[in-house]
Ligand binder design. Structure first.
Ligand code: G3P
Ligand code: MG
Length: 249
């Protein structure tokens, strides 16, 4: 697997400077010097992959209620930028296809997080994501990292497109982490910063996993985690973290 992990991954793009999970946010991450971005993918009522963190539309769009009950055409009518600031009014909720097109234009790498889909649609979502990535991701680029908190999403991704590396997302130091990570042949463990002790990271590295830590906005904390052996961090402020690591634009 040709997976070369970056030290800095723009979380939901550059979520401190632009509305999360929008094309504007991915452009901002690139402008801040990030070479990788992370974003979250869900499944619409008509089976299309779209980019949004929450299950519901209320926090980050002009819509209301569960996102998975809307068709993509309905989701595309929403404003996904006004809540963040006037400058972003009119930003749209992107589809996975639109996002891949922009990442291709900007030559950005990605961690595609498959969010759990409500009503038992985990497998349907993961199947749709992998089909879309196989169709659209440029053959000339390394494959993006596919991550999820849901083992069913990772299992489905592995069966559908085993050539894409997988990251097992967890919160806390779960007792069954190793068995779960092995069961999906994960390449990375994506762990939360609150539980990211030096000892826990040493154990993960010892077991042979790449280690990525979310969500680390304080540059000093990012530097410390990398000193302890983390391969990289997810951050809403990629420019500030890159500057601290001596890699600023
Ligand atoms: O993938 C890292 C991080 O994004 C996981 O948590 O809730 O921000 O998607 P969340
Ligand atoms: Mg995420």
């Amino acid at each position: 697997m040709d997976l070369k992990l970056p030290q800095v991954i723009g979380h939901r793009g550059a979520a401190l400077a632009a509305p999360e999970n929008t094309l504007e946010s991915f452009r901002e991450a690139a402008a801040q010097g990030a070479r990788w971005v992370e974003f979250d993918v869900g499944l619409s009522a008509d089976g299309q992959c779209f980019v949004l963190h929450d299950d519901t539309l209320d926090r980050t769009t002009s819509g209301k209620g569960p996102a998975h009950l809307k068709t993509v055409a309905e989701l595309k009518t929403l404003d996904a930028g006004f809540w963040f600031g006037k400058a972003f009014e009119g930003a749209k909720l992107p589809t996975l296809a639109e996002t891949v097109a922009l990442l291709t234009e900007l030559d950005l790498m990605a961690n595609v997080e498959i969010k759990g889909a409500p009503e038992g649609r985990h497998a349907e979502l993961a199947t749709a994501v992998m089909a879309e990535l196989r169709r659209l991701w440029p053959a000339s680029k390394p494959k993006p990292l596919i991550s999820s908190f849901e083992l069913e999403c990772l299992r489905t991704a592995q069966a559908a497109a085993p050539e894409f590396p997988r990251g097992y997302l967890i919160w806390g130091r779960q007792v069954d982490w190793l068995a779960n990570a092995r069961s999906v042949a994960a390449a990375t463990m994506n762990i939360d910063t609150d539980h990211a002790t030096q000892g826990w990271m040493a154990e993960l590295k010892q077991a042979g996993y790449g280690v990525l830590v979310y969500t680390v906005n304080a540059p000093e904390r990012a530097a410390r985690l990398i000193e302890w052996g983390a391969d990289g961090v997810f951050t809403d402020a990629p420019g500030a973290v890159l500057a601290r690591l001596g890699k600023g634009v």
